[in-house]
Design a protein. Structure first.
Length: 256
């Protein structure tokens, strides 16, 4: 029967060089898991030669751009780093703790100390909300009713004596290195021209027949992470394939 392609298929990316141009030894290929959709776009510049008449007497193709777009829903640090950043990824996690339980302001010394999850470290405060849903005001010291102060080193929040017994919701940023599967990265501001390169392979099957693309050298040019209420986040990556030095920007095959 005729060949068709169904679904988003499977794509694998393999890091080749980091953002500084260093070759990666023993690179680990990463699958783009839960791939939602993708595309392979070819676009070329057309140049026309005209004489005295209306229609061109010759047409030639100039530059050709080979652009790939993918939307893998599975969030994984190795994939993000390979496709766009190419810098160091470290174990650990940083996040913002959004308090949904609340705590009661105690009597003297009217303090509540933030407790980061997973034995984490307090990094920065992100505001306090009172029981009515109103933001409280941060002051340097000696807070009055509706105000608070915070020790940025310890995460100790101090409230007014008049607010004793009131429920408050404390939000803060923290970091931890005790989570074995967590990954974090501080992105450095590198010089222009610095970017990681990687290889990519895509295969789409239907009824035992394959449509496959192989891109030996790619560079990322767009990363979008969008968030929507009542829906999943599906990051989008755009990258461009180019000649890897052998004169071959890509290979493709079909079962027919």
């Amino acid at each position: 029967m005729s060949q068709f392609a169904f679904g988003a298929g499977n794509m694998y990316v393999t890091p080749l060089q980091d953002a500084r141009g260093n070759n990666i030894s023993n690179p680990t290929p990463y699958p783009l898991m839960v791939l939602q959709d993708g595309s392979v776009d070819f676009s070329g510049d057309i140049k026309e030669l005209y004489g005295q008449n209306q229609f061109a007497v010759a047409v030639g193709r100039g530059k050709v751009k080979l652009q790939i777009k993918v939307k893998p829903a599975r969030i994984f640090a190795g994939v993000w780093n390979t496709l766009f950043f190419g810098q160091t990824v470290n174990p650990g996690l940083f996040a913002v703790f959004t308090d949904t339980t609340g705590a009661t302001v105690p009597a003297t010394p009217f303090q509540i100390t933030a407790t980061p999850p997973n034995s984490g470290t307090f990094v920065a405060e992100k505001g306090v909300i009172d029981a009515n849903g109103n933001p409280m005001t941060r002051v340097a010291s000696a807070p009055a009713t509706g105000q608070y102060s915070v020790n940025a080193s310890t995460g100790a929040y101090t409230f007014a004596a008049a607010d004793t017994g009131k429920v408050v919701y404390i939000n803060f940023q923290y970091s931890t290195s005790t989570i074995a599967t967590g990954q974090k990265q501080t992105v450095q501001n590198l010089p222009m021209g610095y970017a990681p390169t990687f290889a990519a392979s895509l295969s789409v099957s239907y009824l035992g027949k394959l449509t496959s693309f192989d891109f030996p050298m790619c560079i990322g040019n767009k990363m979008t992470v969008g968030f929507k209420n009542e829906d999943f986040a599906v990051p989008e990556f755009d990258f461009q394939a180019f000649d890897n030095g052998t004169g071959n920007p890509m290979s493709w095959s079909t079962s027919e």
